[in-house]
Design a protein around this ligand. Structure first.
Ligand SMILES: *Cc1c(COP(=O)(O)O)cnc(C)c1O
Length: 339
């Protein structure tokens, strides 16, 4: 039994999900003729109270399309220093949109409206034009922390006041929703665009959906084609997404409970210096001086437990659909046996 705690992207489709995929009705989605893709887009848009959606191969693509549609070359995007769009999308803000990032250090990944407001440039010819604010919920690099509804709303009000666009990188928005208890609609209506990932905690093999107004999605479809993301009989993949939305959202609380239990065990170990609060399914902890992350990763690997170093002395564990109670038990036993 291999236990994989590297990411919630390592899940494999369940038998029921595969059945849904193989029985999907499909067509050519570049011609807008795949009924299952259309159903997924409409379902996700309705869930978040948006007018329309577009299915894409990855969350990187949905984020990058949103940035491209919302900005002009030379513009500035206000975002948090640990965010995915800046750190883990290959410099895409500059590469795809010719825009730049104005990074803020937030409270465990969460920016405040005040920070946003203080960083909007005045409209002098020589200053960079601020056009977009992008937030991440939950915040990956900050250990799965999530925004309060009022935290997101205050930034929305600031964006409105200064006519800025507001994007949500919701790669793990469902983890935030099941934990915080605000609804998808409450969150969705605050943003001009929302990226929702199906292949993280929800366990689909591929895909993200980008949501927004009808006008925004018309523009997004053009950009998706330019980025090479126009897929043909993608309904086989969309069917997995529909299945995931119907069956794999509520159960995220199980991933959170297992993560919290792992967090408690880690706290009690002598070679662990500190651990970020475990709010959802991500556990980030720092080792004491005596141990390096590569050493602990190697020792766990020898026990068939795979994890990722997140820096010299920091390690990340992520719980997910394929991490069972049996695996939790074994992981706890192996961790406790380490000296
Ligand atoms: C994983 C992730 C994405 C998108 O990732 P893809 O692998 O391109 O689907 C975007 N934002 C965050 C916060 C993520 O964790």
């Amino acid at each position: 039994m291999t236990i994989d705690l590297r990411s919630d992207t390592v899940t494999r489709p369940t038998k029921e999900m595969k059945d849904a995929m193989f029985s999907a009705k499909v067509g050519d989605d570049v011609f807008n003729e795949d009924p299952t893709v259309i159903a997924l887009e409409e379902k996700t848009a309705a869930l978040f109270g948006k007018e329309a959606g577009i299915f894409c191969p990855s969350g990187t693509m949905t984020n990058q399309i949103a940035i491209k549609v919302h900005t002009q070359p030379g513009d500035e995007v206000i975002c948090e220093s640990t965010c995915h769009i800046y750190n883990y999308e290959g410099g895409g803000i500059a590469f795809n949109s010719g825009a730049q990032a104005k990074l803020q250090v937030g409270d465990r990944g969460r920016m405040s409206a005040k920070q946003v407001e203080e960083n909007i440039n005045a409209s002098f010819d020589w200053l960079t034009r601020t056009s977009l604010v992008s937030i991440e919920n939950t915040c990956n690099r900050s250990g799965g922390s999530y925004y309060s509804l009022s935290g997101m709303k205050e930034i929305a009000e600031t964006c409105k006041k200064y006519s800025l666009k507001y994007h949500l990188d919701g790669a793990r928005i469902f983890n935030a929703l099941v934990e915080s208890k605000y609804s998808a609609q409450d969150a969705g209506k605050l943003f001009d665009s929302v990226s929702v990932c199906l292949s993280k905690g929800l366990g689909a093999p591929v895909g993200s959906v980008l949501l927004g107004s009808k006008e925004f999605i018309v523009k997004a479809r053009r950009v998706r084609k330019v980025f090479g993301g126009g897929m043909r009989q993608a309904g086989y993949l969309a069917a997995a997404g529909i299945y995931a939305l119907d069956n794999h959202v509520k159960r995220l609380t199980e991933d959170h409970a297992r993560a919290k239990e792992l967090g408690e065990v880690l706290k009690s170990l002598p070679f662990i210096e500190s651990i970020l609060p475990v709010d959802t399914n991500i556990i980030i902890f720092t080792l004491s001086d005596k141990m390096k992350s590569e050493d602990l990763v190697a020792r766990l690997k020898s026990k068939d437990i795979i994890s990722t170093g997140f820096g010299k002395q920091t390690i990340r564990f992520v719980t997910h659909l394929d991490f069972t109670d049996e695996m939790l038990e074994k992981t706890i036993i192996e961790l406790k046996s380490l000296k």
